[in-house]
Design a protein. Structure first.
Length: 202
């Protein structure tokens, strides 16, 4: 059976273009996915982030300060960055690897955290968040039990080594250009984004 997003996960993905629009951005990056998760404070992943001192307001202001903000609400079409595509695909892999037929906010957060050098992870690190610890807590929240994540698993020098979690296909860090501003060629409208996120990641 194909994986499906839970209501909370769907809401998080639907919120991503909304917050991108509010920031006046024309793309959907990992930082917008993270804001989308935080948009609903009642989701499991959001609660985990809040427990680390990461709130929607704080992160929004940080992104606006670091990435700049354009004209809010002026964008009607958004481009998915390669990392964003990879995060969505990996969330499905993680759900399958944990034996679940649904994709929850925890899976999206875990997939995001595996992107070592994405903007969202950099922001979390700048706020003092221990990335392996947060990943482990997200995994435990879906019944994964105690993990043994290496502290250096997310270093810039080495690819992510999640030795404790079997993936249906080998994990390969996404290849990106030197600029985090690289965007996909294909524009995706808000309505198309909602349709895409409602489908299986396969």
């Amino acid at each position: 059976m194909a994986n499906r997003f839970t209501e909370s996960a769907q809401n998080a993905l639907n919120a991503a273009p909304q917050v991108a629009s509010r920031l006046g951005h024309t793309y959907i990056g990992s930082e917008h996915i993270l804001l989308g998760i935080l948009y609903n404070e009642n989701s499991v992943a959001s609660k985990l982030l809040i427990s680390k001192g990461i709130t929607y307001e704080k992160l929004f202001d940080k992104i606006a300060e670091n990435s700049g903000a354009g004209d809010a609400g002026s964008t009607v079409e958004f481009e998915l960055t390669p990392r964003t595509k990879h995060i969505i695909e990996m969330s499905g892999d993680l759900a399958r690897a944990t034996g679940q037929s649904f994709i929850a906010t925890e899976h999206i957060l875990m997939a995001l955290l595996r992107e070592n050098e994405c903007i969202a992870v950099r922001l979390l690190k700048s706020e003092g968040v221990n990335i392996p610890e947060l990943y482990n807590e997200a995994y435990e929240s879906i019944g994964g039990g105690e993990l043994g994540m290496d502290e250096g698993a997310f270093s810039a020098e080495q690819p992510c080594r999640a030795r404790f979690l079997p993936i249906s296909r080998p994990f390969r860090p996404a290849v990106h250009s030197s600029s985090n501003a690289v965007r996909t060629r294909k524009a995706l409208s808000s309505s198309a984004w909602r349709r895409a996120s409602s489908q299986s990641t396969e």
